[in-house]
Design a protein around this ligand. Structure first.
Ligand SMILES: [Zn+2]
Length: 360
């Protein structure tokens, strides 16, 4: 009898010891957290997204000191994989011990599409590695990038100051257009008739280097997902328009629902890095621009109109113009800035070619 008790005691102590060292588990079985580096090897965006949902850690480092995001860039993962990581909160500008960033790694070995993705997700082109080389320097030695548009966009940062939290490889929304230098066409301009402030860039004929007319195509400024597409929009009557302006004029600011109505028919696109572009006063929305649809940089998402304006309420096609806004989490591009400062920031976002020398 005594030896049975002794054997049982030994078994209990042995199990307790194994449990203490974590070799056996007596509680509910724990689900192992996926290893993101292993999941990344397949280059499958859906697998990466589910690993992140299961709690995979974005902030670990591999033996080379890279975060999963840097490792994905380094392994030339498709942009959809990078997007899954960014959407889950991967820090785009994280640096390895030697100063390398996702962007310097891409500039060294990647192609144009990867570079454009990173710049538009908010990557800082002026950060350097331990040798003092930035993505600008590295791109100049990468045969995949030399002579491409993205190499010249990077080169602009030799003299342009990078403003954090904004993208830097967007296209202008009308092919070949420049940004109007009229104060009234820029974000931040007062709008006395509705007691408010202008939140976007206006592209009126005669001020943007290309002809703008009713029906002029408008393109997506960057890759993204359509989050609003007013296919079924109807212009307000003159009476409704008057009522909105009267209401706005007696408010301290333009009420949000009135401001929204005054932008007329719209498309909104969400981009990597949490940026959103809004296209207003459209005459029509393109078929490809359906809510939830993925659109590519340069895709035509609608045509120029005057919806939401007085001229539309009057039943005319007068004064058509694209009105385009870019937002980050803090506000609209250009908010709180002087025209010259908006000019420099717009040069970063849309490229120098879109910004002739500023004049008021
Ligand atoms: Zn406008």
């Amino acid at each position: 009898m005594r030896w049975i008790v002794a054997v049982l005691l030994v078994i209990v102590l042995a199990v307790a010891a194994l449990w203490g060292f974590g070799i056996v588990s007596l509680g509910p079985k724990e689900v192992p957290v996926p290893d993101l580096f292993a999941v990344l090897e397949d280059g499958d965006a859906n697998a990466v997204a589910s690993a992140l949902e299961e709690g995979a850690n974005l902030n670990v480092r591999n033996s080379a000191g890279l975060t999963p995001f840097m490792a994905a860039v380094s392994a030339n993962a498709p942009n959809s994989v990078l997007d899954a990581l960014v959407a889950a909160g991967a820090a785009v500008n994280e640096q390895a011990a030697n100063g390398a960033t996702a962007l310097t790694l891409a500039a060294e070995h990647g192609g144009p599409s990867q570079l454009i993705y990173l710049l538009n997700a908010g990557a800082d082109p002026t950060l350097g590695n331990a040798d003092g080389q930035t993505a600008i320097d590295l791109a100049a030695a990468n045969r995949q990038l030399v002579g491409t548009g993205v190499e010249s966009r990077l080169n602009e940062f030799r003299t342009l100051t990078f403003v954090a939290d904004w993208p830097s490889a967007y296209l202008v929304p009308v092919e070949g257009a420049t940004i109007s230098s009229r104060r009234n066409h820029l974000p931040g301009a007062p709008r006395a008739y509705r007691n408010g402030v202008h939140e976007g860039f206006d592209f009126y004929n005669g001020t943007v280097s290309v002809n703008i007319g009713y029906g002029t195509p408008i393109n997506a400024v960057a890759d993204g997902v359509v989050i609003r597409a007013d296919h079924g929009y109807q212009d307000p009557s003159m009476a409704d328009y008057d009522a909105m302006i009267t209401e706005a004029a007696r408010s301290l600011d333009t009420p949000p629902e009135i401001l929204d109505a005054l932008r007329g028919r719209q498309v909104w696109i969400r981009h990597a890095g949490g940026f959103v572009s809004r296209y207003a006063h459209l005459a029509a929305v393109a078929e490809v621009a359906q809510e939830g649809a993925v659109v590519r940089q340069g895709d035509i998402i609608g045509t120029t109109g005057n919806s939401g304006t007085l001229e539309a309420a009057q039943g005319t096609q007068d004064d058509p113009h694209p009105h385009v806004e870019v937002w980050n989490e803090a506000g609209f591009l250009g908010s709180g800035l002087e025209p010259e400062e908006i000019w420099d920031l717009a040069a970063q976002v849309f490229g120098r070619a879109a910004l002739p020398p500023y004049h008021d």
